[in-house]
Structures are given as structure tokens and as C-alpha cells.
Design a protein around this ligand. Structure first.
Ligand code: ADP
Ligand code: MG
Length: 392
């Protein structure tokens, strides 16, 4: 059963009604631009075909009920009680429910609408975005719920505002300190295109990828190694970036260019310098990728993907042996380019591959993992796809 059908069935099971409509939003993969977001820099993510679906029912009692195939229990509260729940008392609901309820809370707060001015809702949620695999199931659930309620409540917010609402929900209601890249990709995605995002201005533009015309596929190699923002590595990298920016006398590393790196090397210790060099060169690689895609097409971006991986491995030091093995195996099996994607310390690598080499690359990664004694990776292809919207 597809997840749109599953969401409809779940609504009927829980609320005994047919949905008023269904909405959905996709997960995302970041093509290039890693750890640049919190340095006010550039990223180039795309929405994927895996989506989270919401089936909507309306109710007259001013309450909001959320239920997901992810968790057996429905959670129900008064819309008027959301303000007491978030952020201080978020522990009163299961963590997953803070995503959809947090979106409702953030929408009301942003629009200044009172709880009594909007209809009560039942939201039944089902997803085919793998959860916790670095494909941003969190942005998918936020985007799906935000577009649903924006329409149900007639709020008239645009896509960028809905992305910001998703981020507010994740940062303040759930309490996870993340940037806005994932939500922007999920809201703004287009078929066979990526979203070029300036994380300082939030200016976003659609960049054609041309994978389909060129016969290319993007393979995800999920190492299964779990990363956690709590383990310190992420915070340490952020602190190093802030230190580097302060030494360079700029607001953020976005304001340092490749030409400034020689001076940076003289001003700071080796570790801080290498963290800075990753961010500065990665920002340039995002700009170069956009230009190369436009001028030479997708087969020409392989070297940039590889340079991004090398920079994360050697300068930012956020790769792990499994990710390096995935990238090396994909390249030796003829991939055009490959890199780890996401925050690092685990998660997934991506490889850009001719369509008739997908199986060869997957087989090569599987045997390289086995030879190294790593657990077998999960592998699948992703297709750059359209962003959030109403489906039925
Ligand atoms: P990622 O975004 O990489 O998949 P996160 O840890 O950011 O991982 O978000 C995953 C969390 O989001 C889940 O643990 C759950 O709380 C929530 N979530 C995501 N998708 C769903 C869903 N379909 N139903 C309920 N909760 C979900
Ligand atoms: Mg997430």
C-alpha cells in the first residue's frame, strides 16, 4: 500500500470519516554544500520522490488529533492548549507528535490567528521517507503538515514562510537545533532540479540538474552508522567555525573567500584553519557546481563531489571509514562522482552514476563493506522531485 493510501485508511480507522483531502511533502538529499548552512553560506539540496502524506479530517470541537503509522497511539489536544505545551511542556507529548503539533503551534503564532478562529483537525500521517537515515523525514512531516494546515485554515502563507514554520517547529517545539535547508528543499523542490539556497538571505533558485536527460542516477549508500548531534562533534565544528570567523573579523565564514585562506593560515592554529578551509572551499564548490551544471551539464560535476568528500574527510574530519569505503567503492566501479552527504559521523554517501552502472556500483559497495567487516549498507536510488503540495 502506498503511503497516500495508508494515510487515508488511517484517518478512516481513527476518526471514522473520509478525508477532506490529502497533502504531501518530500524528503531531501543534499547534492553539495555541507556544514555551510550555519556559516551563512550556500547549499544545493534536492527534494526526493519519497514523501510523507497527510490525510485531513475536520472537526467542530477545536481540538487537534495527530496519528501516524510511525507510532500506534493518537495524540489529541485542544488547539488553545498548544501555547501551554510549547516549548516548556513539550515532554507531555511523545517526541514524534511534537513535529505535527509544533507546526500547528508555529503556524498560529506566525499568523497571529487565535485557536478559536480555525477549525479543529484530524491529521493522519504515513510516510515512505526512511526515518533517521539522513533523508530528512523531519522536514517531510513538517512540510506535509504545514501545507495541509495552511490550506485547511486559509492562512495564505507562501512556501518560504511554510519552510520557516517547519524550522520553528523543529527548533522550538521539538527542541532540535537545525538549519532551514531541509525545509526549503522540501517546500521548493522541482522535478530533476535542485534548490540553490543562500542561507544568509534565504534567496532560493531552481537549478536544473539534467540527470534524466543525461541518463544519470543518484545512488544513496546508507552506511547504517548512526550519527547524533549530541555526541559533541557537531557542536565542536560549529564552535571552530565561529572561532575562525572571529579571528578573521567577519560575521560568518561566508564572508571569507578562497583568496583569504593564505592569510587565515597565518592567523590561526592548524585545526581551526582546516575547519575554516573546508567551509570556505565548500562554499566555492557549491557556486562552481551551479555554474558547471549550467555550462557543462551533470557529467562535469564529478570532480567537485569528490573534492567535497576529501575536504570533509581531511579538513573537517567528519567522515567515518564506512563513508570513505562507500565513496572509494563507487568510484572504482565507475561512478562519475561521490561524496558523503549530511552532517557526517555516519549516515549516507551519494554517488552519481550512469543508469546502466547502478547495479555495478551497488555490488561494489556491498562487497567492499563485506571485505572490511562492516554491516551491509542499505542502497537505493533517489529521483529529484517536486516539493510539497496538495495531492487530492
Ligand atoms: P531525519 O530527518 O534524518 O529522518 P530526524 O531525527 O531529524 O531524522 O527526524 C526523525 C524524527 O521525526 C522521528 O524520530 C520522528 O520523531 C519524526 N518523524 C519523522 N517522520 C515521521 C512520521 N511519518 N510520523 C511520525 N513522526 C515522524
Ligand atoms: Mg531531520
Amino acid at each position: 500500500m502506498g503511503s497516500a493510501t495508508a494515510a487515508r485508511a488511517l484517518l478512516t480507522e481513527v476518526a471514522g470519516i473520509e478525508p477532506v483531502g490529502t497533502w504531501s511533502a518530500p524528503g531531501r538529499v543534499n547534492l553539495i554544500g555541507e556544514h555551510t548552512d550555519y556559516n551563512d553560506g550556500f547549499v544545493l539540496p534536492f527534494a526526493i520522490q519519497q514523501r510523507t502524506h497527510v490525510a485531513l479530517g475536520t472537526r467542530a470541537d477545536g481540538r487537534i488529533r495527530v496519528v501516524s503509522t510511525f507510532d500506534g497511539d493518537a495524540v489529541e489536544v485542544d488547539l488553545a492548549a498548544l501555547d501551554e505545551l510549547f516549548p516548556a511542556n513539550r515532554g507531555e507529548v511523545p517526541e514524534w507528535a511534537a513535529y505535527p503539533l509544533g507546526v500547528a503551534w508555529a503556524l498560529l503564532r506566525r499568523t497571529g490567528r487565535s485557536a478559536v478562529s480555525v477549525t479543529g483537525v484530524d491529521l493522519a500521517i504515513a510516510s515512505d521517507v526512511p526515518i533517521g537515515a539522513g533523508l530528512s523525514s523531519s522536514a517531510a512531516i513538517e512540510g506535509a503538515v504545514a501545507t495541509t494546515l495552511n490550506d485547511a485554515w486559509g492562512l495564505g502563507l507562501d512556501r518560504v514562510a511554510l519552510a520557516q514554520v517547519g524550522r520553528t517547529a523543529e527548533n522550538e517545539a521539538v527542541g532540535a537545533p537545525t538549519g532551514i535547508m531541509d525545509q526549503m528543499a522540501s517546500m521548493l523542490g522541482r522535478a530533476d532540479a535542485a534548490i540553490f539556497l543562500d542561507c544568509r538571505s534565504l534567496a532560493a533558485s531552481v537549478v536544473d540538474l539534467g540527470f534524466a536527460d543525461a541518463g544519470l542516477q543518484l545512488v544513496v549508500i546508507d552506511t547504517g552508522v548512526k550519527h547524533s548531534h549530541a555526541t559533541g562533534g557537531y557542536g565542536e565544528r560549529r564552535a571552530a567555525c565561529e572561532r575562525g570567523a572571529e579571528i578573521m573579523g567577519v560575521r560568518a565564514l561566508r564572508d571569507v573567500s578562497v583568496d583569504d585562506l593564505a592569510r587565515a593560515a597565518e592567523l590561526m592554529d592548524d585545526v581551526t584553519f582546516r575547519r575554516v578551509r573546508h567551509i570556505v572551499t565548500e562554499n566555492q564548490r557549491v557556486l562552481d557546481t551551479v555554474a558547471v551544471l549550467r555550462d557543462h551539464g551533470p557529467r562535469a560535476i564529478g570532480a567537485l563531489l569528490l573534492a567535497s568528500h576529501a575536504s570533509m574527510r581531511d579538513d573537517f574530519e567528519i567522515s567515518v571509514p564506512e563513508l570513505d569505503t562507500a565513496v572509494e567503492a563507487a568510484m572504482s566501479a565507475g561512478a562519475i562522482g561521490a561524496r558523503m552527504t549530511g552532517g557526517g559521523f555516519g549516515g549516507a554517501a551519494i554517488a552519481l552514476v550512469e543508469h546502466d552502472r547502478v547495479q555495478t556500483v551497488m555490488d561494489a559497495a556491498a562487497s567492499a563493506f563485506a571485505a572490511s567487516g562492516f554491516a551491509a549498507p542499505t542502497m537505493f536510488t533517489v529521483v529529484p522531485s517536486v516539493g510539497a503540495g496538495r495531492d487530492a
